[in-house]
Design a protein around this ligand. Structure first.
Ligand SMILES: C[S@@+](CC[C@H](N)C(=O)[O-])C[C@H]1O[C@@H](n2cnc3c(N)ncnc32)[C@H](O)[C@@H]1O
Length: 310
């Protein structure tokens, strides 16, 4: 199934400027946002980045019609500096980060993200990475597993699920997403099995975040991205769960006050201007129609900021 981009109108309204612009789509995925931006604004040249080589190759075909307006790199956005330096671009007008996985990841059982369709326990966005879901599930201690489920999945039953996993893997190595989902389902109280979401949802999210190190470097990546924006340039970040949104919110808020006071001063006296001003005081969520047409969009939260003259 195609990946349907979320909050496209909201993204376009933030990109919207006359004339030439350099847009970095740091998570190009299926190329949906990129295509919409390129179609809407003739003056845009777009640099697309994705850590998943398959996504980059797919986008190369989809965006071929835009010719030299598009360049693509297989890289993690944590390494945006290298990508932009390599392209001879100093500063960009817009940087878009649409976080998480795409429908292509979730729909392909071979990638190991899905508990609905069984596949190998993989979950790597970048398939050249060494750490897989299999490593985590079969070799981390019960304590480490519980910590991951709690921290990255905010899972209430983290400890009992971790206990069930370690008990089951002693009988037989856990090799598929289907078996892992079943172990989780069997280990939670009956009431949790009847909830709105599948009982394995949070644990799968947690393992995925750990495999791809999605949270640890995010604030740093946002900070670095902002330093590659022109004055007046905009950063747009779309997140899909509360943990991610909290990191985005804090990172952008911290950038609004760029205090340079000595660390031992109890209060800020420098009054130094921040690097950005927020364009969204509250996160922007999809409307009812978008959620109806694309249920996956329901948890999307968009935050954006504008780079100030510094
Ligand atoms: C939600 S999808 C993006 C969808 C895209 N906006 C579209 O319209 O098709 C997220 C994409 O970001 C990629 N990704 C996630 N973390 C990344 C990172 N740290 N660096 C680069 N790409 C990343 C994933 O591989 C995935 O393809």
């Amino acid at each position: 199934m195609e990946h349907v981009p979320v909050l496209v109108d909201e993204v376009l309204s933030i990109v919207s400027r006359p004339g030439r612009q350099i847009v970095v789509d740091a998570t190009i995925g299926g190329g949906g946002h990129a295509e919409a931006i390129l179609n809407a604004f003739e003056g845009v040249s777009l640099i697309g980045i994705d850590r998943d080589l398959t996504a980059v190759r797919r986008c190369a075909r989809r965006l071929e019609i835009f010719g030299e307006r598009v360049s693509l790199d297989n890289a993690a956005f944590e390494n945006m500096d290298e990508v932009l330096d390599g392209r001879g671009v100093d500063l960009a007008d817009v940087i878009l980060m649409d976080l998480g996985v795409s429908s292509f990841h979730l729909d392909d059982p071979e990638r190991g993200f899905s508990f609905q369709r069984s596949g190998p326990l993989d979950m790597r966005m970048d398939r050249s990475g060494e750490l897989t879901a299999d490593n985590i599930v079969n070799s981390y201690s019960e304590k480490e597993l519980a910590l991951i489920f709690k921290k990255y999945g905010e899972e209430r039953f983290a400890r009992r699920i971790a206990r069930a996993i370690t008990a089951q893997r002693e009988k037989n190595r856990i090799e598929t997403t289907g078996r892992l989902a079943k172990i989780i389902e069997d280990s939670v109280p009956a009431k949790a099995r009847r909830g709105r979401i599948h009982p394995a949802t949070r644990v799968f999210q947690a393992i995925r975040i750990a495999v791809n190190n999605e949270i640890e470097n995010l604030a740093m990546a946002i900070d670095r991205a902002v330093s590659r924006l022109k004055a007046g340039g905009r950063i747009i970040v779309i997140s899909f769960h509360s943990l991610e949104d909290r990191v985005v919110k804090t990172a952008l808020r911290d950038l609004t006050r760029h205090c340079v006071c000595p660390k031992d001063l109890p209060v800020c006296v420098c009054g130094a201007p921040g690097k950005v001003e927020l364009l969204t005081r509250k996160p922007v969520s999809p409307g009812a129609t978008e959620i109806l047409n694309n249920p996956r969009s329901r948890s999307a939260r968009l935050r954006a900021a504008r780079r100030l003259e510094t």
